[in-house]
Write a protein that binds this ligand. Structure first.
Ligand code: SAM
Length: 277
C-alpha cells in the first residue's frame, strides 16, 4: 500500500532509519521491508513565484490566510492519480485532513487498509480553498473534535493506524483484531458454551482489557490474583469483565453497539449500566 502526503512540512514525517514519525517502530519496519510506502510531497514545489507562495487571503475577508487550490491540484495531478470523476475509490482515495471532516475511526482505518493508494492533503493556516474538497478529494477526515494548527499530525495518525492493519506488519496476525475497537468476532464465534471468550484478548467493540507485567507488586499495588493462577478459562473471564468495566468507565457510548452476550449484560447490570443509561 502506498501513501502520498501533500504538505508544506515534508521534513515533519522523516523516514527510515530513526528520522521522524516514519522512521520509528512499526512504521519504520513496515516501510523498510516494503509492506508499505510513504512519499511526502512539498507543496511549495508547485508554486511559480519567488516566495514560493502557497497561501492567499480569503474572499470575503476575515482572519488569516488559506491554502490556495492551484499548488494542491498540481501536486496531486503530478502523482498519476485519476481525476475525481474517473477515480476507482475501491483502490485509491484522496483525503483532505480537516477539523470539519468525518471522524476518523478504527472502522475508517480498516476501510483504508484495503486500498492500494491513499493521498493525504495536509491543510495549514485557516484551512484550504474549498474547491480542493469539492473537486479533488473523495473525503474530508478529522482525527477528533479539536483544532490543530496543521494536517500533518492527522496524516501521521492515519498512516500509523492503517499501516499496522496491513497483513504481515504486526508480529501476531490477530494482534490488531482483538484490540480496542477491534471488529470483534466475540462473543459470537469465539465464545465457549459457558459464554467465556476463547481468545485471551478483549475486543467485540469494547476497549482492551488492562495489562500487567512484572513485578507482580509495584508501589503497593498487586496484580489481580486471578492473572497469576494459570487457569486460562478464569483469566479469559476476568479479562472480558475487565474490558466491560473499562469500557463502562471510560467509553460507555461504545456499549450499545458492542457485541454483548447475556453474561456481559448481567455483569454490566451489576455495575449499574442499565441504571445509568
Ligand atoms: N479554520 C479551520 C476550522 O475552524 O475548522 C481550522 C483550520 S486548522 C487551524 C489548519 C489545518 O489543520 C486544517 O486545514 C486541517 O488540515 C488541520 N486540522 C486541524 N484540526 C484538525 C483535525 N481535528 N483533524 C484533522 N486535521 C485537522
Amino acid at each position: 500500500m502506498r501513501f502520498d502526503i501533500v504538505t508544506i512540512f515534508p521534513e515533519f514525517f522523516g523516514g527510515p532509519p530513526n528520522n521522524g514519525i516514519l522512521g520509528h517502530g512499526i512504521l519504520e519496519r513496515a516501510l523498510r521491508i516494503g509492506q508499505a510506502e510513504a512519499h511526502t510531497h512539498d507543496l511549495r514545489s508547485f508554486t511559480y513565484d519567488r516566495h514560493r507562495t502557497v497561501d492567499d487571503r480569503p474572499f470575503g475577508g476575515g482572519e488569516g490566510m488559506v491554502l490556495k487550490a492551484q499548488p494542491i491540484f498540481e501536486c496531486v495531478e503530478s502523482l498519476g492519480i485519476a481525476p475525481k470523476a474517473e477515480r476507482d475509490t475501491t483502490r485509491e482515495s484522496v483525503i483532505l485532513l480537516s477539523a470539519q471532516g468525518k471522524r476518523f475511526t478504527q472502522a475508517t482505518a480498516r476501510h483504508l487498509a484495503k486500498l492500494d493508494r491513499v493521498v493525504l492533503i495536509c491543510g495549514r493556516y485557516e484551512g484550504v480553498d474549498e474547491r480542493v474538497s469539492q473537486l479533488l478529494c473523495d473525503d474530508e477526515l478529522s482525527i477528533g473534535d479539536y483544532v490543530l494548527s496543521g494536517g500533518e499530525l492527522g496524516a501521521a495518525v492515519i498512516v500509523d493506524a492503517v499501516v499496522r492493519l496491513l497483513p504481515g506488519v504486526l508480529g501476531h496476525a490477530d494482534s490488531s483484531k482483538y484490540e480496542s475497537f477491534g471488529e470483534g468476532d466475540e462473543p459470537t464465534d469465539t465464545m465457549t458454551e459457558d459464554g467465556v471468550p476463547r481468545s485471551t484478548h478483549g475486543s467485540g467493540g469494547l476497549l482492551d482489557y488492562p495489562h500487567y507485567t512484572r513485578p507482580s507488586e509495584f508501589r503497593g499495588t498487586t496484580i489481580p490474583e486471578v492473572l497469576g493462577n494459570g487457569d486460562h478459562s478464569v483469566i479469559r473471564k476476568w479479562r472480558r469483565q475487565a474490558a466491560l468495566a473499562k469500557t463502562l468507565a471510560n467509553r460507555p457510548d461504545l456499549l450499545p453497539s458492542a457485541d454483548l452476550n447475556d453474561n456481559d449484560r448481567a455483569f454490566l447490570n451489576k455495575l449499574g449500566f442499565n441504571r445509568k443509561h
